[in-house]
Design a protein. Structure first.
Length: 277
């Protein structure tokens, strides 16, 4: 009985700690992160196609002027589980860009769906000169490269709930945490903008503002928070485009293993049924 009481007591303490820790810091002395609800979260989560299309629109109209996505091909936008644009839409999108091709006499050609998303700058030096000396990171896997630091017992809670959206939460909180002036006593460099979540200055000024991007769906609010959530979801899809397929395979494997375990148990019962224990 004492063992059961101790186990129950430990479980109660962990539960209270989890419920009392609704936010996480950015790890750099910044403000706490507010975790968002994502359609792709959890064991059975899937991407919201409409949200990914809105997120692409924000990326296309705002972010792509500085950031590239060199691991994503135009044709990926038409794949199932992603934004799912039509093939004609993808062809039209690719045709807007020019690809350098040394094998051609002209040295360049119109992009095709098989080409990767081009960088907005030809060289790193050019990118730094246009961005106050900072090199804009590539967006391909940025949502996987960023995460929220978590300590006990939240790390165990994440394993139980299959939480893996830390990169999307990080990007969202970064985008909505720009402030006009740094707090008293905090200094930032020339040309930098203060970001409360980052806890310091960033060379990138706030890229989002109210009513910056017009959505076709007029029921969607044109707010910084909505833009940030949509583009964060899109960036997570770019970093993990096969998430839905992976979850589907994982679920099938668990079902198979559960059935196999049951069959093995029944076989064991049958074999040893006549043996006294």
């Amino acid at each position: 009985m004492n063992i059961k009481k101790n186990i129950f007591a430990v479980f109660a303490v962990i539960t209270m700690a989890i419920s009392a820790a609704p936010a996480l810091s950015a790890g750099g002395g910044g403000k706490h992160a507010e975790l968002q609800k994502w359609s792709f979260g959890g064991v059975f989560g899937t991407y919201d196609t409409n949200q990914l299309q809105r997120g692409f629109q924000v990326f296309y109209e705002v972010c792509s002027s500085c950031h590239g996505a060199k691991l994503i091909s135009f044709r990926n936008f038409a794949e199932a589980g992603g934004p799912e644009f039509s093939k004609d839409q993808v062809k039209a999108l690719a045709a807007e860009y020019t690809i350098l091709d040394a094998e051609l006499e002209e040295g360049e050609r119109t992009a095709t769906p098989a080409d990767r998303w081009p960088s907005p700058f030809e060289t790193e030096l050019e990118a730094r000169e246009a961005n106050n000396g900072a090199f804009p990171p590539d967006f391909s896997v940025l949502a996987k490269a960023r995460n929220l630091p978590k300590k006990f017992p939240m790390n165990f809670y994440d394993m139980a709930t299959a939480y893996q959206e830390g990169g999307a939460d990080y990007i969202y909180n970064l985008l909505v945490s720009y402030e006009d002036e740094p707090p008293h006593g905090v200094e930032i460099g020339d040309g930098q903008s203060y970001n409360a979540f980052f806890g310091g200055g960033l060379s990138m000024m706030s890229p989002l503002m109210e009513e910056l991007v017009e959505y076709e769906d007029t029921t969607i609010p044109l707010t910084v928070e909505q833009y940030a959530k949509d583009v964060s979801a899109f960036m997570y899809w770019m970093a993990d485009p096969h998430l839905v397929q992976r979850k589907t395979i994982g679920l099938k494997v668990l079902i198979f293993l559960s059935i196999l375990a049951l069959l093995m148990y029944l076989v064991k019962r049958k074999i040893w049924a006549g043996v006294k224990h």
